[in-house]
Design a protein around this ligand. Structure first.
Ligand code: SF4
Length: 116
């Protein structure tokens, strides 16, 4: 698993991060294979200033990761609800997914059941 959550992390939905299988074939090249600093997941009751600093540090790791795009697409496809994946925080991924949904809806052909 990529950057496993630290022991101090208390997830609302732990099963999704408790996967034992690699997230994809790109996993072996991940720059965060050993997240010893615990950068990618928030510990419980993390102060905002600490979270912002930690997320920036995680993003710096992502920026030099050779599998950033694969990781990002994986996190968007799942979707992964927590942590920094592919250089994006969970909030940033939610925004990106919302944009994709709106774009897809705008590009979809008109429904057969609707009469204009
Ligand atoms: S992009 Fe970031 S979160 Fe994804 S594998 Fe690379 S270092 Fe890890």
């Amino acid at each position: 698993m990529l950057h496993p959550p630290p022991e101090s992390w208390s997830p609302a939905a732990p099963a999704q991060h408790a996967r034992k299988e690699p997230a994809g074939p790109w996993h072996s090249e991940a720059a965060c294979r050993r997240d010893e600093a615990g950068l990618f997941f928030a510990p419980s009751r993390e102060p905002t200033a600490h979270r912002l600093s930690r997320e920036q540090a995680a993003k710096a790791v992502c920026a030099r990761c050779p599998v950033l795009l694969e990781c990002r697409e994986h996190a968007l496809d799942q979707p992964e609800p927590y942590g920094v994946w592919g250089g994006l925080t969970a909030a940033e991924r939610r925004v990106m997914l919302g944009r994709r949904r709106r774009r897809d809806a705008a590009e979809a052909p008109p429904s057969m059941g609707r009469i204009a």
